[in-house]
Design a protein around this ligand. Structure first.
Ligand SMILES: Nc1nc2c(ncn2[C@@H]2O[C@H](COP(=O)(O)OP(=O)(O)OP(=O)(O)O)[C@@H](O)[C@H]2O)c(=O)[nH]1
Length: 812
């Protein structure tokens, strides 16, 4: 292996220090490795090194050869290394390494390096040596230039502070802008000097600090540095005019902060350059005002300022408008930095302008489209005209079927939706294909038993969770009656939705899960609460579907047990026994719903099946001759022709196309441009019917679920307080409650417990103004509402608090 290769793998700086040649002697003859050329160069190199070092430096020939060998015959490096070896404590100025790369430069470089090396060796540089004859802070002036570093004063430029000596070189644009600005500002110099004096006076008045504090705070900033100079030379109090921290100005020549005096400051920050400072005698501790101060306080002659209002109000009184005042407004125009930035961005400006033009074009197009759409929307065709029908006569003529809404209530998972799905399926309202599809889809998410419930539960969330969330409406007809199903959610979280449904119901179907344990838990849960609520809402007839009897093998005993317990409760809740009917059934299998149960175990029941019980419901008592009242259930877009539609049930009265109506509580009028009864277009509608009204001449914001529609001739009143005869389900005290009436919900407070009443006679039964109403008691209370809502007697309301139904009542 060549020795060169070996050396190349070594760290020379480390290895040469220890190298004595011994390590390489073992069985290795150096001379054998040297070529004739190497030998010649080595001899020449030794001669050169000897001549450079001179006789005073005692170095062996072997050392020189070794060094030359290691440095590839580089004489300069060899000399440098040998000198280091001779005087290791003396710092050696490193030689330039530009010769090392080329051995061809060997001869030329030695002569030039000689001088440098000689000087270094003769007068080696060290800080200790340099300052040997100088005590601290008495550096001879002629040497200061060699060791002092220029302090970091604020540089010029976009954000770099005020211009001055020592600033960074600024761009041509910045210089141009500054020159223009300076010219402009010179015009106002006289006025400003007057302002300065006035400001000084203001500052003296405002500053409540001690004179010593003033002096120490104001000394530096006011008296020295480029800041003050900038204040003096510029009328614009930009950020350049703000004071820098004093230690920055007190930068001492020795590089320490804080103790320096103006005298010690570098020449470019000298006081003599500062006219403002010269104008202020040193004995006066009050500094000349900064531009910031002038901006804040303006002219001391100002009568407003003379009374020294708070600084905040002064700041707000800056003149910002154009005109004569704007000239003196220091912020009226762009700052020099802004000018420069603007100039720099001018090339980008063309692009920006193009972009802006394009964007304006786009905006215009968008606006045009919007305007067109609005025009289309606004142009709703000719105003609907009333046919001035005698609606009641028309209704008589139509011989319409008996119409009935019934609400399906019961504890969660009692099987309400499945039961109704089965009813619709068996009545052929829903076809086989639809049910098969639901079954497949339900299977996919592992809820195949809910396929029939999906006929009612259409919401994605409802299907995913397997619970009804909001009232689902569906219709079917028998030979005698047109029914509307209101399938209520059983979960207690959705009781407000159930209440909304109950307000539209003529009678109720209470579904009970007959399964072991389920009936009992349901009774403690929503079975009783729902029954009480519908009764409180005025429902008189109730059909109890004792469901899931297939799970208890159609046990008659179980049915009897349920019938007995629930019957007793319902009678206690105010239902008359002639209005209560029980039907044993299985909604899932379709037993005793539309068809009689085929299961032999169910043969003990021979009474009416569910559909027969429904048909046996009494005809709805239609309040046709009363004023129009329709509580809005929903507000929606009824189609392209009908941008604003509402749905709900007519509680009383009648209406026809072309009628002008009023919505309460907004008291806004609208015109009925179309009516749908049971999804069919109609010219009129009467109480008891579920309708969709297509409206015009009103904005959507005036229509909300729970609002009441009436005719201008017979408005319902908006009330903020009401007296209610309530049945308490919980302890009542003066307390916060939520008042529900159908879709209407409003927060309120029971402010007064007037009296506890006798349940049968309604007469006062206890003492006046009780402090508490016990559950199950009937009482009269006063409720204050947080906002005015349309309510009137004898409307029924539900009071809830903390998620519980606490009372139901009748407005008095
Ligand atoms: N065995 C049996 N299961 C039934 C019967 N009726 C309903 N179910 C099952 O009971 C579960 C709940 O049925 P749903 O119809 O969703 O009950 P629900 O009362 O409507 O539920 P919510 O509306 O969420 O309170 C489903 O798995 C049904 O398949 C029945 O007659 N027999």
């Amino acid at each position: 292996m060549s020795r060169h290769k070996l050396v190349k793998t070594m760290n020379l700086d480390d290895e040469l220090d220890d190298f004595d040649g011994a390590d390489f002697d073992d069985g290795y003859d150096e001379s054998e490795a040297l070529t004739a050329d190497d030998k010649a160069r080595l001899e020449n190199g030794v001669r050169e090194v000897h001549s450079i070092l001179g006789p005073s430096v005692n170095v062996s020939e072997k050392s020189i050869e070794d060094s030359l060998w290691h440095y590839y015959y580089d004489v300069d490096k060899t000399v440098n290394y040998l000198l280091q070896q001779q005087a290791p404590t003396v710092p050696v100025i490193p030689l330039e390494d530009n010769q090392a790369s080329s051995r061809a430069q060997f001869k030329h470089s030695t002569s030039s390096l000689f001088c440098g090396m000689e000087r270094c060796c003769d007068v080696p540089f060290s800080l200790q040596g340099f300052f040997a004859d100088a005590t601290w802070r008495h550096v001879p002036p002629e040497r200061q230039g060699e060791i002092l570093i220029e302090p970091l004063y604020p540089r010029g430029g976009l954000c770099g502070g005020s211009p001055g000596a020592g600033e960074a070189k600024i761009s041509k644009l910045a210089a141009l802008a500054a020159a223009r600005k300076k010219k402009e500002n010179e015009k106002h110099t006289c006025a400003e000097s007057h302002e300065s004096n006035a400001s000084v006076a203001m500052l003296e008045k405002l500053d409540t600090r001690t004179p010593s504090a003033e002096a120490s705070d104001l000394k530096g900033p006011a008296n020295s540095g480029p800041d003050t100079q900038s204040v003096a030379s510029q009328s614009r109090p930009t950020r350049h005019g703000l004071r820098y921290p004093s230690k920055r100005r007190d930068y001492s020549p020795a590089g320490s902060f804080g103790k320096g005096t103006p005298k010690e400051a570098p020449p470019h920050a000298s006081e003599s350059e500062n006219p403002a400072k010269e104008a202020t005698p040193r004995s006066n501790p009050t500094a000349a005002p900064s531009v910031f101060a002038k901006t804040m306080f303006g002219d001391a002659q100002d009568p407003i300022l003379s009374v020294m209002p708070p600084i905040q109000s002064l700041a707000l009184s800056f003149p910002r408008s154009s005109g004569a005042k704007a000239k003196s407004d220091p912020f009226a125009g762009p700052s020099p930095d802004d000018v420069v930035a603007k100039a720099q961005s001018s090339s980008k400006g063309v692009k920006a302008a193009k972009k802006a033009a394009q964007s304006a074009k786009d905006d215009k197009a968008t606006n045009d489209i919007t305007a067109n759409i609005e025009a289309v929307a606004i142009d709703e065709g000719p105003k609907p005209r009333s046919k001035n029908l005698d609606v009641l006569a028309e209704f008589e003529k139509s011989r319409a079927k008996n119409a009935a809404n019934f609400i399906v209530i019961g504890h969660v998972d009692a099987g309400k939706s499945t039961l109704m799905g089965r009813l619709l399926y068996d009545l052929k309202v829903v076809d086989q294909r639809t049910v098969d599809r639901y079954r497949k889809e339900a299977e996919k998410i592992g809820k195949s038993s809910f396929a029939l419930a999906w006929v009612l539960d259409q919401g994605t969330e409802e299907r995913k969770r397997g619970v009804t969330i909001d009232i689902a409406m569906n219709k079917f007809e028998t030979s005698k009656t047109s029914f509307t199903i209101l399938d209520a959610p059983g979960h207690r979280d959705f009781i407000p939705n159930m209440i909304a449904g109950a307000s539209q119901a003529d009678f109720a179907v209470l579904v009970i899960d007959a399964g072991t344990g389920n009936f009992e838990s349901g009774l403690k849960g929503q079975t009783k609460e729902h029954a009480l609520l519908v009764r409180s809402m005025g429902v008189q007839r109730i059909v109890i579907a004792v469901n899931k009897l297939d799970t208890v093998q159609w046990s008659k005993d179980r049915f009897d047990e349920i019938q007995q317990q629930v019957g007793a409760f319902l009678t206690a809740a105010g239902f008359q026994s002639r209005n209560v009917a029980f039907v044993p059934c299985s909604g899932l299998n379709g037993d005793n719903i539309v068809k009689r149960a085929e299961d032999a175990r169910a043969s003990w029941y021979t009474g009416p099946i569910l559909i027969e019980q429904l048909e046996a419901s009494e005809p709805t008592n239609r309040s046709l001759d009363k004023p129009l009242r329709l509580t809005i259930a929903d507000v929606f877009r009824g189609g392209v022709q009908n941008p604003l539609s509402i749905s709900g049930r007519l509680d009383s009265g009648c209406l026809q196309v072309g009628d002008r109506i009023v919505t309460m509580p907004a008291k806004e009028t609208a015109v009925i441009r179309g009516i749908e009864v049971d999804l069919e277009p109609a010219d009129w509608a009467v109480a008891g019917q579920n309708v969709v009204l297509h409206l015009t001449d009103i904005e959507q914001q005036y229509l909300k679920p729970g609002d009441v529609i009436c005719l201008p001739s017979a408005l319902i009143q908006n009330v903020t307080a009401m007296t209610v005869k309530i049945l308490a389900f919980d302890h009542l005290t003066p307390m916060h409650v939520e008042v529900h009436r159908g879709r209407l919900q409003v927060a309120g407070r029971i402010t007064q417990l007037v009296a506890v009443l006798d349940k049968v006679t309604g007469a006062m039964a206890g003492k006046k103004k009780p402090r508490l109403v016990q559950p199950g008691s009937v009482a009269r209370v006063v409720v204050q509402l947080d906002s005015a809502v349309p309510l009137e007697a004898p409307g029924k309301v539900i009071l809830r608090a903390g998620g519980q139904t606490v009372a139901a009542g009748l407005l008095e």
